[in-house]
Design a protein around this ligand. Structure first.
Ligand code: SF4
Ligand code: SF4
Length: 159
């Protein structure tokens, strides 16, 4: 997808970033930006000017807390835009290796983080069932989970 196609796709989805006045309210409000390289204003700017935003790793540092979106004086749907750009990126085969790996674990085990003995022990200490009521407890449900994931082509996206 070309850079201008990204902007067009966003605009067709009702996500207009071109009214951004680069005030920086978003980045100064961003809790993630205090601990990561994420600069929300820069992401918006890059999208406006057609920078190669799909390969910007900062896209994945957003926690989707929506603080920026609530505070933007231009009412730009910033978090929704970041989510939409991520969706475009994934459909173009672009995602962080760690995310791809976690997604493949979901496909294989029905869990992003499969349970291990340490976690079982901690659950027991908390007087919880050591095995959560998920596919770990009902392994026969794993096939259903996999069918659902394959039916929306999740397996192809994370292959
Ligand atoms: S808060 Fe809104 S107008 Fe200000 S820089 Fe961020 S996106 Fe642009
Ligand atoms: S939604 Fe994302 S970009 Fe916006 S303030 Fe929260 S973490 Fe930062």
């Amino acid at each position: 997808m070309s850079k201008s196609d990204v902007l067009n796709t966003l605009q067709n989805a009702g996500l207009d970033v071109l009214t951004c006045m680069q005030c920086g309210t978003c980045s100064s409000s961003c809790p993630s930006g205090r601990y990561t390289s994420l600069n929300t204003r820069r992401i918006v700017r890059g999208t406006c000017v057609g920078r190669d935003i799909l390969h910007d790793e900062d896209l994945w540092m957003c926690t989707t807390c929506y603080t920026c979106q609530e505070r933007c004086p231009r009412e730009i749907k910033i978090a929704d835009t970041i989510l939409a750009i991520r969706t475009i990126a994934v459909h173009e085969g672009i995602m962080l290796p760690a995310h791809r790996k976690v997604s493949q674990l979901v496909l294989k085990y029905g869990h992003a983080v499969p349970i291990n003995d340490d976690v079982k022990e901690k659950r027991e200490k908390l007087k919880m069932d050591p095995i959560p009521g998920t596919v770990h407890k009902y392994p026969e449900a794993l096939a259903d989970v996999q069918t659902l994931l394959r039916s929306c082509e999740f397996d192809k996206l994370v292959a």
